[in-house]
Design a protein around this ligand. Structure first.
Ligand SMILES: NC(=O)c1ccc[n+]([C@@H]2O[C@H](COP(=O)([O-])OP(=O)(O)OC[C@H]3O[C@@H](n4cnc5c(N)ncnc54)[C@H](O)[C@@H]3O)[C@@H](O)[C@H]2O)c1
Length: 259
């Protein structure tokens, strides 16, 4: 007997889905049968939609900012207008600033917190009633980070924000389990995306040496967006029906220790 993950009939809204992990997750969720709506602040609808067409994914794109309550409402409404229901919310948009408390501007502290943490509150506030009403419940997946579990250097706001995501996930799981809403976080390790390459640049390190040092983990490589996307599909699907309040670490063993 084979086990098949199918999201046929489900609808997923993915924030930060124009690139990196969010984009890979949109494609994987779509290939598993879900209809997907990507929300991103970038004006990249054409690129995204043509990628959906190439991969036979039924999807839409909405340009919107996750730090805006009005945009969060607009994105959830758009999803329901387009597809009639909402089953999965992937709160994935995120930013990093490689700075310490001494070198980080107050405005950047506020921005990291707004994009990485407040957005989950804003999006979930709109999505939970819509999920309950249109689908009888759903799955919310929040992108945290290994740096929400342990800290890293020169990323104080990011580390604080991702630890907040992990505990906010648990709090939401407690609050909304009775509404048939599961809430879990995923903590990726270093994954090859624009964000990681931007970090290397911000720290003034050549990408190749940055990538090599990030690969010193049990499975001896950095992650690909698809590695994280597969965990998203699991948490979206009924295979994780009894999983809520969890933080799923997907990092090639990085948190187990460096070798
Ligand atoms: N890449 C890694 O190594 C890594 C490791 C751990 C966690 N993460 C987390 O994974 C998530 C995705 O990051 P990624 O690596 O794919 O980066 P990425 O930069 O490729 O993608 C992030 C996306 O979020 C979007 N975004 C940023 N601010 C937004 C806003 N205000 N409104 C709407 N969209 C916005 C960006 O436009 C971009 O498309 C982030 O939460 C990040 O913290 C990444």
């Amino acid at each position: 007997m084979s086990i098949e993950i199918s999201l046929e009939g489900q609808v997923a809204l993915i924030t930060g889905g124009a690139s990196g992990i969010g984009h890979a997750a949109a494609l994987r969720l779509g290939q598993a049968g879900a209809r997907v709506v990507v929300m991103d602040r970038k004006a990249e609808a054409d690129e995204c939609l043509s990628d959906f067409a190439t991969h036979h994914v039924d999807g839409r794109y909405i340009e919107a900012d996750v730090t805006s309550a009005a945009d969060a409402q607009r994105a959830v409404r758009y999803t329901i207008e387009q597809y009639g229901r909402l089953d999965v919310l992937f709160n994935n948009a995120g930013i990093i600033r490689r700075r310490t408390v001494l070198t980080l501007d107050e405005s950047d502290w506020d921005l990291v917190m707004a994009v990485n943490v407040k957005s989950i509150y804003l999006m979930s506030k709109e999505a939970i009633p819509a999920m309950v009403q249109t689908a009888g419940g759903g799955s919310i997946i929040n992108t945290a980070s290994g740096w929400g579990v342990v800290a890293g250097t020169d990323a104080v706001a990011y580390c604080a924000s991702k630890a907040a995501v992990i505990n906010m996930t648990r709090a939401m799981a407690l609050d909304h389990g009775r509404q048939n809403i599961r809430v879990n976080s995923i903590s990726p390790g270093d994954t090859d995306t624009a964000m990681l390459r931007g970090e290397a640049a911000e720290l003034g390190q050549p990408w190749n040496s940055f990538r090599q040092s990030a690969a010193s983990r049990p499975l001896a490589r950095i992650g690909e967006p698809r590695d994280i996307a597969d965990a998203v599909v699991f948490l979206a699907s009924s295979l994780s029906a009894w999983v809520t309040g969890s933080n799923v670490v997907v990092d090639g063993g990085g948190l187990a220790g460096t070798i």
